[in-house]
Design a protein around this ligand. Structure first.
Ligand SMILES: [Zn+2]
Length: 380
């Protein structure tokens, strides 16, 4: 082939065009990762790492169909058992991501707020520090600023941060009175109903039986979140599932376990969809955690509270609080996350915010100087 300047120019232009194209293999220096943060309200580390609990299955107070529960979820082998309950966590995440919080394997994660219930936990997750003054689940506007709100004010993220929650207190936790963040929670519908699926979800949301006064069914929350991903392409989305905690307070281990399993299926659907979508594939981090644990005995399992919160409620019952309900866990997967499976160490809930920012390859120290440090052991 003879050299021609024309050819050389053409090749140079093609190389330049290729260099300017977005490439979907995420590299460490890639500044444009996306984040999906998920919380499963009050799911214990015990079920995540050991599967269903035989003592609770066989406890007549909590289980109406112990045989069915055993047949569906109980296996003698612990690894098989937890995979029955959380097949996505124990296949995809265990092999390609990280999990922490298995206290039987020297992996510990705890809340640092003194209360051990939902609003203080979500505040700690989203703001990067425990605020003892957040001492109630009431609908109070959060004076603290979440990393979602900070991101929504940053270049590249503006109007591309969204939240979906089953519990109707999330607009207050994220404080939509102070910011422009779209938060769809409780019985909220999506308007305008731009797609057939959203119209169906709005109808279901209005017509389905309401099991609880402040919490809707998780498939509705999940459905709205999936529609937002498909139609609005947010760069950061927070999805807060809630059924597990309410079924546990209702003292139904059957339903708590089924809800946890359904959530795992939703996570699989979510992750598979992200990996099939050209915008999100290989450029999206998924972090999953919980707001608090639950009691570590059959008597304590339906509950969660610290001694301080029982004292504040002036309760004679459970004056010592509910032991174990400060113990939590976290799982993560994505291009900036290690693929080590279980990681040993000790972490706090307040580290989630900085970890989320660092997983987006942003500098949490600059963005949220007051937040507890990122869990660097989990990140690449
Ligand atoms: Zn609760």
């Amino acid at each position: 082939m003879t050299f021609s300047y024309k050819k050389f120019r053409l090749v140079s232009v093609l190389v330049l065009v290729w260099l300017c194209l977005p490439h979907h293999t995420a590299r460490a220096e890639d500044p444009s990762l996306n984040l999906v943060l998920v919380t499963l309200d009050g799911v214990r580390w015990q079920e995540v790492f050991a599967g269903v609990d035989l003592d609770l299955i066989e406890d007549e107070r909590y289980s109406h169909r112990p045989e069915l529960l055993k047949e569906t979820y109980w296996r003698q082998d612990q690894a098989e058992r937890r995979k029955r309950l959380f097949p996505f966590l124990w296949s995809t995440i265990a092999s390609q991501g990280v999990l922490i919080g298995d206290r039987n394997q020297e992996s510990y994660m705890e809340v640092s707020n003194p209360w051990w219930f939902s609003y203080p936990g979500y505040n700690e997750i989203l703001t990067g520090h425990a605020d003892p003054a957040i001492d109630s689940n009431d609908r109070n506007w959060n004076p603290n600023i979440t990393f979602l709100e900070i991101l929504n004010g940053m270049k590249g993220f503006k109007n591309r941060v969204m939240a979906f929650g089953s519990w109707d207190v999330f607009p207050y936790i994220i404080n939509t009175r102070r910011n422009e963040l779209p938060v769809n929670a409780g019985l909220a519908q999506t308007t305008p109903a731009a797609t057939e699926q959203i119209r169906w979800l709005n109808k279901v949301s209005a017509e389905a039986p309401r099991l609880w006064a402040t919490v809707r069914l998780d498939f509705i929350t999940h459905g709205y979140a999936m529609e937002a991903l498909k139609n609005q392409q947010p760069r950061v989305i927070y999805i807060a599932y809630g059924e597990t905690d309410d079924f546990a307070h209702d003292r139904s281990y059957d339903r708590y376990v089924d809800a946890a399993h359904r959530t795992d299926q939703m996570l699989r659907e979510l992750w598979n969809w992200l990996q099939a979508n050209p915008f999100y594939r290989d450029r999206t981090v998924l972090i999953i955690t919980t707001d608090h644990g639950r009691g570590n005995t059959p008597d304590g399992w339906p509950h969660h509270a610290s001694a301080a919160s029982m004292a504040k409620a002036d309760s004679q019952d459970r004056a010592d609080g509910v032991p174990g309900s400060d113990q939590i866990w976290l799982a993560a997967i994505g291009p900036s996350v290690q693929s080590k499976g279980l990681v040993k160490g000790q972490w706090k809930q307040s580290q989630v915010a900085a970890t989320a920012l660092a997983s987006l390859l942003l500098d949490p120290v600059k963005i949220m100087p007051l937040a507890a440090q990122a869990m660097s052991q989990l990140l690449r």
